[in-house]
Design a protein around this ligand. Structure first.
Ligand SMILES: Cc1cc2nc3c(=O)[nH]c(=O)nc-3n(C[C@H](O)[C@H](O)[C@H](O)COP(=O)(O)OP(=O)(O)OC[C@H]3O[C@@H](n4cnc5c(N)ncnc54)[C@H](O)[C@@H]3O)c2cc1C
Length: 351
């Protein structure tokens, strides 16, 4: 790792990430969710930490065609849910004003949040307890493969050798692959995370939410007392972690546009939330053009596996991704269909 564990430069820090079973447009990942929930629950038991905060959730749909695949996910895995009409939802959730166009409100009872800061700590603690050695604050400068050995050289001059390597470099993946003559079609989104103050103690929003038409999601009060986290699943593209392709003014314009969309939704749908955000943070998504992950061997390297392009939805199933990557690295079978997660689809420049 380049920085210390829990650092805020990447994509995995913070107090909450949505976890849910339904995965309408990307059903491959719905298949992973029973195992993901089971793994987080196991880690909760062994660590003694509360890693999941399952508040229950509601998702708002304007079209049955979009709702149906989500319902199918839940039925396939026998997960409790109900679909409410707009009127029923407004009666049940008086802290919201759901417009008639949001004709279908899906309640998913095990939707909620995973807590990244606690999850990372619990994972690292178990890893070390089981004999793993963590090397953080150790930036890697080059990777190579010679015969049956993978060689990892670090900026400090230290060199590690091993028989297998799994690379999970988040937004820095292309920087790490560049010296190997490889480049992937990845987009780095700058995500704006506003926190919104709730104005009435008796009208707090307590459900995790996904407003599908606007591609926005909401986490109830977790990190900041009295504040919701309500954000877009989109953001301006910045070329690489160190952005140079757009002016600061252009990037700010795009961020302001995202914020304006959120403010509008708060005004019309959340009468007891202040429509001016109380504070704003930022984070990065590593997006593939099709929102599918990379779970594959690195082309031209038999001992190196890559996990990446988690496209803003990778945290909830991190324990499953980890197991898949280990199986790929050790040539063991993987029980999930990884066809769409092949790396070749993203290769744009090979030596
Ligand atoms: C605002 C926001 C909201 C999100 N919401 C959700 C959600 O609701 N649900 C969900 O499931 N997912 C969500 N995600 C997505 C999820 O958090 C990410 O998919 C996941 O955390 C990505 O993890 P990663 O390991 O790929 O990247 P990172 O966590 O960034 O890790 C990459 C690591 O590689 C290290 N590294 C890179 N290059 C080097 C080098 N040369 N040498 C040494 N170390 C190096 C970096 O330092 C970093 O620690 C969200 C993400 C963000 C930003």
């Amino acid at each position: 790792m380049e920085f210390g564990i829990g650092h805020e430069n990447g994509s995995s820090h913070g107090g909450s990430r949505v976890i849910r079973y339904q995965y309408g447009s990307l059903p491959e990942y719905a298949e992973w969710m029973p195992e993901a929930y089971a793994e987080w629950e196991d880690l909760e038991k062994v660590s003694g930490e509360k890693l999941l905060n399952l508040t229950g959730g509601v998702s708002l749909f304007s079209s049955k065609a979009v709702l149906d695949p989500c319902v199918k996910n839940l039925e396939d895995f026998n997960i409790a849910y109900s679909v409410l009409s707009t009127d029923e939802a407004n009666e049940k959730y008086p802290m919201m004003r759901i417009e008639p166009e949001m004709a279908y409100v899906l309640e998913e009872y095990k939707m909620g949040a995973v807590r990244p800061d606690f999850c990372l700590k619990a994972t690292v603690d178990q890893f070390v307890k089981l004999g793993g050695v963590l090397k953080d604050k150790e930036p890697v400068s080059s990777i190579s493969e010679e015969n049956d050995t993978v060689i990892v050289e670090c900026e400090s001059g230290v060199c590690y050798k091993g028989s297998k390597l799994i690379i999970c470099a988040g937004t820095w993946l292309n920087r790490l692959l560049a010296p190997m003559g490889l480049k992937l079609d990845l987009r780095i989104f700058k995500i704006t995370i506003p926190y919104w103050r709730e104005t009435r103690e008796d009208m707090k929003i307590t459900t995790t939410q996904f407003h599908v038409a606007e591609n926005v999601y909401l986490l109830p009060e977790m990190e900041k007392k009295g504040h919701l986290k309500f954000l877009r699943h989109e953001g301006p593209v910045i070329s690489e972690p160190e952005d140079s392709s757009r002016s600061e003014a252009e990037k700010q314009e795009a961020i302001d546009a995202d914020l304006a969309i959120l403010k509008d939704i708060v005004k019309k749908r959340m009468p007891y939330v202040d429509p001016e955000p109380a504070s704003i943070e930022h984070c990065r998504y590593t997006m593939s053009p099709d929102s599918h992950f990379i779970m594959d061997k690195l082309p031209g390297y038999s001992r190196i596996v890559v996990g990446g392009a988690f496209s803003g939805h990778g945290f909830k199933m991190a324990p499953v991704s980890g197991k898949i990557l280990v199986n790929l690295a050790t040539d063991k079978p993987v029980k999930y269909d990884l066809t769409k997660m092949n790396i070749a689809r993203l290769l744009i420049d090979c030596k």
